[in-house]
Write a protein that binds this ligand. Structure first.
Ligand code: NAD
Length: 360
């Protein structure tokens, strides 16, 4: 297969971790007979330094014409970097928001997996973490409260702020279908999270999700109120396979789920549009505090590349090979500093990439 990838290495640790993901992808291409073409693009601070803006129209066009985008992270230290003296719409993060919007990425996927070898890093009680967990949080990314009309005004002499939460049935249907498709590749369970006891938008959400579920008789659908879900994530995370939810609930729950795994350096993510196209990036930021020292954990980016193979190219066997290689390297006791524990062997970014590529 020919894979035409746009690569945005970005700032901070971005170039270091993306280099390792490419190393692993190259090994996959060699082993399974694929051709990968990479086109390097600038975004964030790296683009400001060259073009004066965090994202150019040309970059957007090239990203659009690729099959998928592999990204590191963008941004710098807000206190010290000159990028943050610029107006908000010219700072590094503005580039990412614009790119997501231009590419129509409406579905955000964040897996939260507890690796047995990293159980010590999990802040949950041992009897809970003993059961392990492997869930996918599927968050709607372009609707809801964050995109509704808002205003602050005086009403009867009192300052009043209004934010609007809007969803239409099409927006709900397309993310629900995506969630059911993805559950079909996993353990075939969708838990839809809403606040249907209070919000109209949640009642519509629940109705549309139930309609979509009829097209997927092999998938089990349950509903859960968001406050209960926040509790269940720390009480019994093993119960979840795919969690499907709207924008703001997903924002909060995906952070909660990722923190119960214990390490930001392990967390992959994907944002998809209504075709096979997606943008794949680690959940963490550009970690300027550790940039350039060869100590960043490249696993989140390597696992994001595995998600890319699975969701943009349907290369499940290849994605599994990467995920198994990561598990094997952890089982053999190799760790970067962020996930180090007693009795393990500390390795740098490059060596971790080498080990995973070798195990593939
Ligand atoms: P961060 O995720 O970059 O760092 C938080 C902590 O986690 C730091 O101590 C860092 O060293 C550590 N960390 C993160 N990734 C790691 C890895 N792979 N291996 C080892 N340790 C890792 O968050 P922050 O410090 O709040 O933000 C730094 C910059 O990143 C900011 O400019 C922020 O805007 C940007 N950011 C970008 C994205 C993105 O590109 N999608 C996301 C979040 C933050």
């Amino acid at each position: 297969m020919n894979l035409n990838l746009a690569v945005i290495s970005g700032d901070g640790i971005g170039p270091e971790v993306v280099r390792e993901a490419r190393k692993v992808l190259d090994r996959i291409a060699e082993k399974y007979g694929h051709e990968i073409h990479y086109t390097d693009l600038l975004m964030g601070g790296a683009s400001i330094d060259i073009h004066g803006v965090p994202l150019t129209d040309e970059t957007i066009e090239i990203a659009k014409s690729s099959d998928a985008v592999l990204m590191g992270s963008i941004g710098g230290n807000a206190a010290t970097s000159p990028w943050y003296k610029l107006p908000a719409d010219r700072r590094p993060e503005a580039g990412l928001l614009k790119l997501r919007k231009s590419l129509g990425l409406f579905a955000n996927l964040r897996p939260a997996i507890l690796y047995k070898e990293l159980q010590d890093a999990c802040p949950l009680r041992k009897d809970i973490s003993d059961k392990g967990f492997d869930m996918m949080i599927m968050r709607e990314l372009t609707g809801g409260l964050y995109f509704g009309a808002r205003e602050t005004k005086e009403v009867d002499g009192v300052m009043t702020a209004i934010d609007t939460l809007t969803y239409n049935e099409n927006e709900i249907r397309r993310i629900a279908k995506r969630a059911f498709d993805i559950a079909g590749k996993r353990r075939k369970k969708v838990c839809s999270v809403d606040k249907a006891n209070v919000l109209d938008s949640s009642r519509l959400w629940r109705k549309v999700v139930e309609e979509v579920a009829k097209e997927y008789p092999e998938i089990e659908l349950t509903h859960m109120l968001v406050d209960n879900c926040a509790m269940q994530l720390v009480k019994d995370p093993a119960q979840f396979d795919v969690i499907l939810t709207e924008n703001m609930f997903g924002d909060i729950l995906s952070d909660e789920a990722s923190m119960v795994t214990g390490s930001i350096g392990m967390l992959a993510s994907a944002s998809l549009n209504d075709s096979k196209f997606g943008l794949y990036e680690p959940s963490g930021g550009s970690a300027p505090d550790i940039a350039g020292q060869n100590i960043a954990n490249p696993i989140a980016t390597i696992l994001s590349a595995a998600m890319m193979l699975r969701y943009s190219f349907d290369l499940d066997k290849e994605a599994n090979a990467i995920e198994q290689a990561v598990s094997q390297v952890l089982a053999e006791g190799y760790r970067t500093g962020d996930i180090m524990s007693e009795g393990c062997r500390r390795v740098g970014t490059t060596e971790m990439g080498d080990l995973i590529a070798e195990r593939v």
